[in-house]
Write a protein that binds this ligand. Sequence first.
Ligand code: HSE
Length: 424
Amino acid sequence: MESVGVGLLGLGTVGTAVARRLIDEWELLGERAGATPVLRAVAVRDLSRPREVDLKNARLVADPGAVVADPAIGIIVEAIGGTDPATALIESSLRAGKTVVTANKAVMAESGPRLTAIAAEHSARLYFEASVGAGLPVIGLLRGSLLGDRIATLDCVINGTTNVILTQMRTAGVSFEVALADAQRRGFAEADPSLDVDGWDAVHKLVILAWLGLGSRVAPAAVDRVGIRHVAGADVAALAQLGYRVRLVAHAERAPGGAAVHLRVRPTAVATGHLLHDVEDADNAVVISSDLAGRVMLRGLGAGGASTASAVVSDIVTAVRERKAPADRAVSAPVEARLLTEEDVEVAGYVRIRLSPEADARALVLQALEDRGIPVDAAVDAPGSELIVLTGTAPRAVHDRALETLDTLTHVDEILGALDRAEA
Ligand code: HSE
C-alpha cells in the first residue's frame, strides 16, 4: 500500500498518544485512509529525555525545521503548544505546500484565518479538529454537518480545568484556592493555572468556534472575559441550594438579523434542566442553536492525551484520504466582527447582598433594583441578613450600573457576590 510520511513536532502528552496510535494501528489507519500514514520523524526539545513510546523507525531530532524541510514528509503534526515557535512552524510548513494538523487553540485563535489563507495560496491544507474540545468533533460539525444552517448561539463548557475546580467547590464545599490545589495535585491543573482559571483557554476556543460558526473574526483580547478566581465558595453553595451549578460558560451569539456578535467567557449560574447543568468534572460540552437543526449538543472528555489524539489522528487519516483531491477546504474568510455593546447584550443575574439591620432594608433594596431597570425574578432570604436576588434579563450595562449604585445605598452593607445566570 502507498504510504504518506508524517512528521511530529513535540512529544508531550498529546504527541506521545498520537505517535503510539500511528505506530500501533498503522494497518487499520491505512485501510481507512487508502494509504498508510507512516511516522518518519519526531522533533523534541530534549533528545536525552526518556520516552514512553517506542518510536520504531521514526527519527528523533532536535530541530523541528528539519522535519518541516524533509521531502519524505507530507504531513506535519504540530503538538508543541503555545504560539511561539508553533505559529512560524505551521506557517513555513504551509508555505512549503505541506499538510498541517494541529491541536493548538492559541495559534488558531490568534492566526487561524491568516494561516488558512496561506494554506489556500499554497495549495496546502490545515486541519485543527483537536483545537477545541479535543475528541468532541465540534470543528467537523461546524465545517461540515451544519454548513446549511445559520447559527444563532453557541453555549459551551470548553475548559476542563475550571470545570473540575468548580465541581469540586460544590461537591466538597471548598474555596477556589483549595479546589485549585486539589486539581493541581490530581494533574488536572497546570502549576501555572492562569491560562485556564483566568479564562484565556476558553476564550481561544470560543474565538475559533465563532469564526467557524458565526463567520466572525474576533480578537481574543476583545472577548468579554471573567475568570473563576473570584468565585466564592459561599456563592457556589447558595446557588446549589437553589438548583444552580456554577460553570465557566463560553457564549457566542449573533444579534437577530444583524451583523454584530457578542462573545463572552464568564462564570455563570446554570439552572437545573439547562443542557450545561450536568456537565461535570473534566467533561466539555458545546450546545449549538441554529435555524434548521435546532439545538445540537456534543459532550464528552475535552482534554487529555487520548481524547486529543483521537481528533489529531482523525485529521491525519482525513488528510491522507483527501491527499489527491484539490485543496479546496479553505474556510471562507471571516468578517471582522462588529461587537454588540454592553447596552445591547442582555443578561440575567444572581446577586448576594448583606443587608443593613433596618427592618425595611429588604423591601427598599428590591425596590431600588426595580428603579434601576433590573427586574427581580426571585428573592430568597439567607442566614446572616443575606438576601439572594435572581435578577431578570436586562442589558449588561444596566446590571453593572445598578450594582455599582446599589453598593452605595445605606440599606446595603455589602454586595457579597454577583454572577451571570442561565436558565434552561
Ligand atoms: N487546559 C485545557 C482544559 C486543556 O483544561 O480544558 C485542553 O485544551
